[in-house]
Design a protein around this ligand. Structure first.
Ligand SMILES: C[S@@+](CC[C@H](N)C(=O)[O-])C[C@H]1O[C@@H](n2cnc3c(N)ncnc32)[C@H](O)[C@@H]1O
Length: 215
């Protein structure tokens, strides 16, 4: 794993970089197709959840908001690690699968909502994370303003995205970020008032990009 520190001064280049939410126009997950996708998201996602726990330095008893939690694999891992968790997703089908899959022994607060208007009180969270989801956010500025609002001072934001080579790629090949999109998102974090934002690259089943930002 390599980890790159990025404290470079703000430049106009962020505006010129490819938007880190290039799938903002995705119609969302619903119906039978959405159910199939939700079920598929139950598999192969534990490694990313463990990476998020490590990058967030999530401690037992801390409060986490998972933005775009899908069917909740990462929420489940955070619960096992001893965190108190609110799982937020705009797709009812995702929350239905999450509630059914983790109905026993999980005590998770599942809430319908989106990054741009989080159903969470000001300053509630020690950690906010969003895994394989920011490329879908409708509005990066609104999502980051909401993230900043719900984080307590000193709280951490962790974002993970699969690394892709081409921001114009179609279908599943387009679900993720290029390195430039990760840098662009980190720049958005700094502009939103986060004290620091770092981009990292990690090797797992495939390359994963992270942005960690401190409120
Ligand atoms: C690829 S799935 C990832 C699910 C989960 N985080 C995981 O890693 O398994 C993307 C999720 O983002 C959700 N989503 C889409 N737009 C969103 C938004 N604006 N705010 C929050 N979540 C969103 C989708 O409903 C979907 O559950």
């Amino acid at each position: 794993m390599s980890h790159k520190h990025d404290d470079s001064p703000q430049t106009a280049s962020a505006a010129a970089q490819p938007a880190p939410n290039h799938h903002a126009s995705h119609p969302g997950f619903s119906g039978a197709g959405g159910l199939v996708v939700a079920l598929s998201f139950l598999f192969g996602r534990t490694e990313a959840a463990q990476l998020a726990i490590r990058l967030a330095d999530l401690q037992r008893g801390e409060r986490l908001v998972d933005v775009g939690c899908g069917p909740g694999v990462a929420v489940r891992q955070a619960r096992i690690a001893g965190a108190e968790v609110i799982g937020v997703d705009p797709a009812p089908v995702m929350l239905r699968v999450a509630r059914a899959r983790w109905r026993s022994g999980s005590a998770v607060d599942w809430r319908l909502g989106a990054a741009e208007k989080l159903p969470v009180a000001d300053g509630w969270a020690d950690v906010v994370w969003s895994l394989s989801t920011v490329h879908h956010w409708a509005d990066i500025g609104a999502g980051l303003a909401e993230t900043h609002r719900v984080l307590a001072p000193g709280g951490r934001l962790v974002v993970l995205e699969r690394r892709i080579g081409d921001p114009g790629a179609r279908g599943t090949a387009g679900h993720g970020w290029t390195a430039e999109q990760a840098e662009s998102f980190a720049e958005h974090c700094r502009r939103q008032g986060f004290a620091r934002a770092e981009v990292g690259v990690h090797r797992g089943r495939g390359p994963i990009l992270s942005v960690v930002a401190w409120r």
